[in-house]
Design a protein around this ligand. Structure first.
Ligand SMILES: [Fe+2]
Length: 398
């Protein structure tokens, strides 16, 4: 779910804007008990904020299933009616698959496809939340969110509920849309990998989700900037999200953490480099002047939110499900559907601890790659930077 941003002034006091943000916080769904619509078919999965406490997360062993997949993905593609890439950089829709029927090999191929394409969509999926969680567990041990709601139905503490209805009107004074781009819970030691979200109730239109490719952002940069970013680390923080939750009068189930991750991480299976910062949770680049950190992060955040060549936008229908690799994409939702209802359930497997270029090289003995250059080379195109500049000079855009 989207992060909550608060600002601190020089005295460490929460400023007026931050207080307002907490008061009008649009990202915390109304409690299940707050709305009277018992006839709603998915009432059991409405948001619930139990007052329980969880221990801090520890490092855990994860095995990326994509490494076991057939690179051609014959089992998955062979069972589909259609596989359609939505943009060159990101997003694929698969038609004709029932996710309840996937074999282990097809699940592995799905993990690899999501790692390559950033996000993969299916429609008309009947799998229930227990089946969605089981599929998620194939990709890794599931994360439990410290602040966002879970369903009231017992045994679903690993579910992240996304819910909005007429009771919660988004306030455009609370946030700039560009602030809301994020990768899920990047402040954790092992942030998520192959994450799924199924929409179980959606508005007639609106409520789309957009994803932006970190591979494409990396590929778009000059070699000098790429090398510079590869040597940096950044602080990711859960503090503002927890503060926002407490400000809304909600219980925080696990104390917030702050973790340092590389600014460029390498996907362990594709070996491709991806920019790993996001407006929601990345607070500071470490070891550089504050002004430099602010400028570099603002530039990267602006590219994430505004460079449409990195993005795909998905129009949900009831029973659509998206799988995205939180290691290499950011995302944001639209809140244009009030007062209609939008309800979705997420399963969130832990990935590995993010790996820098240097650590990937040490571990594997291989050099990580730039996704775009690898694709161009496969197509017989020589990927020289000056060629990009030349095409721009001729008037690349229409
Ligand atoms: Fe999210």
């Amino acid at each position: 779910m989207a992060p909550v941003a608060t600002n601190q002034n020089r005295n460490g006091e929460t400023d007026r804007v931050a207080q307002l943000k907490q008061q009008v916080n649009p990202f915390y769904s109304p409690n299940a008990d707050s709305a009277v619509d018992d006839t709603y078919e998915h009432a059991a999965y409405k948001p619930y904020f139990p007052v329980i406490d969880w221990a801090p997360l520890q490092e855990i062993e994860v095995t990326d299933r994509g490494q076991f997949a057939d690179p051609e993905k014959k089992a998955l593609f062979g069972a589909a009616n259609k596989v359609q890439h939505l943009t060159p950089a990101i997003g694929t829709e698969i038609i004709g698959i029932d996710l309840r029927q996937l074999t282990p090999a097809q699940k592995d191929e799905l993990a690899l496809l999501v790692a390559e394409r950033g996000v993969v969509f299916f429609r008309d999926q009947e799998l229930n939340i227990h089946e969605q969680l089981d599929l998620g567990r194939h990709f890794g041990p599931l994360h439990k969110h410290a602040t966002t709601p879970i369903p009231k139905e017992p045994g679903l503490e690993e579910v992240h509920v996304v819910y909005n209805d007429a009771a919660r009107r988004p306030d455009p004074a609370a946030f700039a849309k560009s602030e809301l781009w994020h990768s899920d819970v990047t402040y954790e030691i092992q942030p998520p990998s192959t994450t799924s979200l199924k929409v179980i109730t959606c508005p007639e239109n609106g409520g789309d989700t957009l994803w932006s490719s970190g591979y494409a952002l990396y590929s778009s940069l000059s070699p000098g900037m790429q090398t510079y970013l590869e040597g940096l680390t950044a602080l990711h923080s859960a503090v503002a999200q927890a503060d926002g939750s407490r400000g809304a009068g909600l219980h925080v189930r696990r104390e917030p953490v702050e973790t340092v991750h590389p600014v460029v991480r390498v996907h362990p299976v594709t070996g491709w480099k991806s920019v790993y910062v996001n407006p929601g949770f990345t607070r500071r680049i470490l070891g550089v002047p504050k002004a430099e950190s602010d400028t570099i992060l603002n530039f990267l955040f602006q590219q994430i939110s505004s460079n449409v060549d990195f993005q795909v936008r998905f129009r949900w229908e009831r029973n659509s499900i998206a799988f995205w690799d939180n290691r290499i994409v950011t995302h944001t939702a639209t809140f244009d559907f009030w007062p209609q209802r939008r309800h979705a359930l997420r399963a969130t497997p832990h990935g590995e601890r993010p790996e820098s270029v240097e650590d990937y090289e040490k571990r594997t003995g291989k050099a990580p790659k730039d996704r775009q250059i690898e694709i161009w080379r496969q197509q017989g195109i020589e990927p020289l930077q000056q060629k990009i500049g030349a095409s721009r000079a001729r008037g690349y855009n229409d």
